[in-house]
Design a protein around this ligand. Structure first.
Ligand code: HEM
Length: 372
């Protein structure tokens, strides 16, 4: 295990938008179209083209969301006491073991979707590299998301992750902060990485009989709306036809809130950071990008990896980034949890209350999961 908590500080110092084309000497790849500082990166451009066109289909949809979730569930599989290889691809290679972990519920669908591409490109990228690449490329399908660096050269995983390392939505905040803290993440970084990722996310297995239930009003764009929606009063999911599960009111019809997100937004240790991201798009994207990059190095020695960041396509700018209150809601509907700062002034969307549509489900290209 190459666990190195000291990596954290080094990683944070890295600029996010990384390869400075003006000062980095790059050579043309044999395809005559791409250029890379390190020729080893040339083989990755066709992989990126394939997954953008055929896996993500140029959308911030279910496959892109799944790739981001997979990046996390692979990387967090490391602990200073229990071991594990971190961002090593073990979740794919040793899926027979890791898919039995309760926190990995739903990862089988994601592997069904991504697995055939991972196998197809296994001559170019290890499983760990492919998962981190797919996660980074998934982000640039989503308007507003940062373009994060990609490093390659992770060796093949040697074993499955130990169990109980992936946080669960039913965990309390102490458990979540301790889990992340044990691999070098501060509470502020936890808020950035969890809140930011759940801005482009939804659940297939949280609300019985409903799939693709978004966590906020805008699951196809990486924005700060989640930091508002999760603070609204009302916790139940409704499909717009009336409340379910005994709750009287939902914050935003059609969305669902994870218990862990609701608690992170309200806990004294994390509430002010949570609120500080409302309408602070670039601050949030920067903090999120740095934290995801840090995840990508868990269990790896960055100095032994090759910087292939130039393979990541340009980020897509957010057109309408301002967070808003849903129709009929105001700051009075917010559960104010941060005593140190006033909640920002937001516009209320005009018109009657609407129901957020489910995220259309990916049709997997194959039912074959990668072999373990
Ligand atoms: C406290 C930590 C976290 C918990 C408890 C948690 C829990 C969950 C749960 C329960 C779901 C719904 C799964 C389903 O029913 O389909 C989900 C979805 C998702 N999570 Fe997290 N998560 C956490 C952190 C993260 C992080 C750090 C990332 C990425 C860096 C991430 C990315 C995602 C994405 C993108 C989805 C949507 C997946 C899809 O639509 O297929 N999560 N998360």
């Amino acid at each position: 295990m190459v666990f190195n908590i000291a990596l954290s500080a080094f990683v944070l110092a890295l600029p996010l938008l990384l390869v400075d084309a003006a000062s980095t000497k790059r050579s043309m790849c044999s395809d005559g179209r791409s250029a890379a500082a390190n020729s080893a990166c040339c083989a990755v451009f066709p992989v990126v083209e394939d997954i953008v066109d055929n896996l993500f289909t140029n959308e911030c949809g279910d496959s892109a969301h799944g790739a981001l979730r997979l990046l996390f569930h692979d990387a967090i599989g490391i602990s200073p006491t229990a071991g594990g290889g971190g961002a090593d691809g073990s979740i794919a290679t040793f899926n027979a073991t890791e898919l039995t972990f309760p926190a990995n519920l739903g990862i089988d669908d994601i592997l069904d979707d991504l697995g055939p591409f991972l196998l197809k490109h296994s001559n170019v990228l290890s499983a760990g590299d492919f998962i981190q690449l797919a996660g980074a490329v998934s982000l640039v399908q989503c308007p507003g998301a940062p373009r994060i660096p990609f490093f390659m050269g992770r060796p093949a995983p040697v074993a499955a992750s130990p169990p109980n390392l992936v946080p669960q939505p039913t965990d309390d905040i102490t458990t979540i902060l301790d889990r992340f803290g044990s691999v070098g993440f501060s509470p502020a970084e936890v808020v950035a990485v969890v809140g930011g990722s759940h801005s482009v996310a939804g659940a297939d297995d949280v609300v019985p009989n409903f799939e693709g239930v978004p966590f906020d009003q805008t699951p196809a764009q990486f924005d700060t709306q989640i930091f508002v929606d999760v603070l609204l009063r009302g916790t139940a999911f409704t499909d717009g036809q009336g409340a379910q599960s005994g709750e009287s009111e939902t914050a935003v019809a059609g969305t669902v809130r994870l218990q862990s997100d609701g608690l992170l937004a309200r806990d004294p240790r994390t509430a002010c950071t949570w609120q500080s991201f409302v309408n602070q798009q670039s601050k949030m994207a920067q903090a999120f990008g740095e934290a995801v990059l840090k995840l990508s190095f868990l269990g790896q020695n960055q100095h032994e990896l090759t910087d292939c960041s130039e393979v990541i396509p340009q980020a897509i700018a957010l057109k309408t980034g301002a967070a808003t209150f849903p129709p009929g809601k105001t700051v009075k509907d917010i559960e104010l949890s941060c005593n140190d700062a006033k909640f920002p002034n937001l516009r209320t969307q005009p018109g009657p209350a609407t129901t957020v549509s489910p995220i259309p489900q990916a049709v997997s290209t194959s039912t074959a999961a990668p072999a373990s």
